[in-house]
Design a binder for this molecule. Structure first.
Ligand code: FES
Length: 107
């Protein structure tokens, strides 16, 4: 169970243990992380699970597919190099210590 940290726009941090095999979005919504809306429930069609993945972990993730890339054009907050849809990130042991930042807004 990798340890994962969500950092809010105000700098507050919420750390938790995430089970492998679920998505980062499911971890966030299950723990009630503020700012991860996930309106579509993980179908990659809403972009309200937008997160910024910290640099060291970006390279450990599979690159976004064409659909995710298209949805990342629709995020409410600015898109950055670490922008990803949390519903498209499966939790694996390799993500031990993952740090993601929650955008200031999802709408
Ligand atoms: Fe809708 Fe991720 S939950 S795009």
């Amino acid at each position: 169970m990798p340890d994962i940290s969500f950092i809010q726009p105000d700098g507050s941090e919420h750390g938790l243990e995430a089970p492998e095999g679920v998505s980062l979005m499911q971890v966030a919504t299950g723990a009630g992380i503020a700012g991860i809306v996930a309106e579509c429930g993980g179908s990659a069609i809403c972009a309200t699970c937008h997160v910024y993945v910290d640099d060291p972990w970006q390279a450990l993730l599979a690159p976004p597919d064409a659909n995710e890339l298209a949805m990342l054009e629709c995020t409410a907050a600015e898109r950055r190099p670490g922008s990803r849809l949390a519903c498209q990130i499966p939790i694996t042991a390799a993500l031990q210590g993952l740090v993601v930042h929650v955008p200031a807004r999802q709408y």
